[in-house]
Design a protein around this ligand. Sequence first.
Ligand SMILES: Nc1ncnc2c1ncn2[C@@H]1O[C@H](COP(=O)(O)OP(=O)(O)O)[C@@H](O)[C@H]1O
Ligand SMILES: [Mg+2]
Length: 261
Amino acid sequence: MNEIVAPETNDYKIVIEDLSVAYSDGTESLRNINLKIPANSITVLFGPAGGGKSTLLRTLNRLNDLADVIETSGHVWLDGKDVLDPEHDTIALRRKVGIVFARPIVLPMSIRQNLTYGLELAGKKDNGEYQKIVEDSLIAAALWEEVRGRLDDPAISISGGQQQRLCLARVLALQPEVILLDEPTSGLDPISTGKVEASLYELAKKYTIVLVPHSVQQAARTADRAAFFLGGELIEYAEGKKIFTNPQDQRTEDYVEGRFG
Ligand SMILES: Nc1ncnc2c1ncn2[C@@H]1O[C@H](COP(=O)(O)OP(=O)(O)O)[C@@H](O)[C@H]1O
Ligand SMILES: [Mg+2]
């Protein structure tokens, strides 16, 4: 093992250092990314399609191991340990760093089983606490009131907006520390979108949230901090209040003002 010393990460949950990712077709999707992500807040990654946002999210919990990646270099320090270290336990990592995708993918089981299946896989026996975990995660995902009377109905019988909140609840049931969301509301109506955003504000009190929003408007509404990605590069990273009202880079300004993308 090479002796690589973690930087001072005490103030940040995740410290990304000189991260580059290339796919096997030669696409260099991320180039020398440096980004520090604090706990208990919402960090937004935004920018036009193809910028590398999804690649970055998938690198944070090593889901990109399953993609056609030829080279990943740099470091992703999570609580001072390098996630990219080949020895890193990816199963434990993916529990600690949960992810929600654009399309809700519910399991062909009941609402309740969607939440308990992961616990069973993790080897956690039900000694009476499953019910509380089901309830708590549905409350946190702003879905409890709508499904409390039908927990044993098939998950596919609820609406798309409800299914997406169920996917968020499923991540929460595993008691993660970091929650990644890749355009989680892109297929949802405005009311469901509002519910998801409201639950993210609540969750940010307790978790580290990294969100790829589906629009600049959503980015501006949700971001404590925001990072603008363009063509695999991190162009600008600042507090949400600042980047959406007074961006420093011309490219950020053009994008925020709707001149491209
Ligand atoms: N699995 C993959 N195999 C090959 N190239 C990919 C793969 N995923 C993404 N890319 C390429 O990487 C670049 C960044 O894509 P992505 O991370 O999806 O950006 P964004 O989420 O910002 O739209 C694009 O050029 C895309 O074509
Ligand atoms: Mg994407």
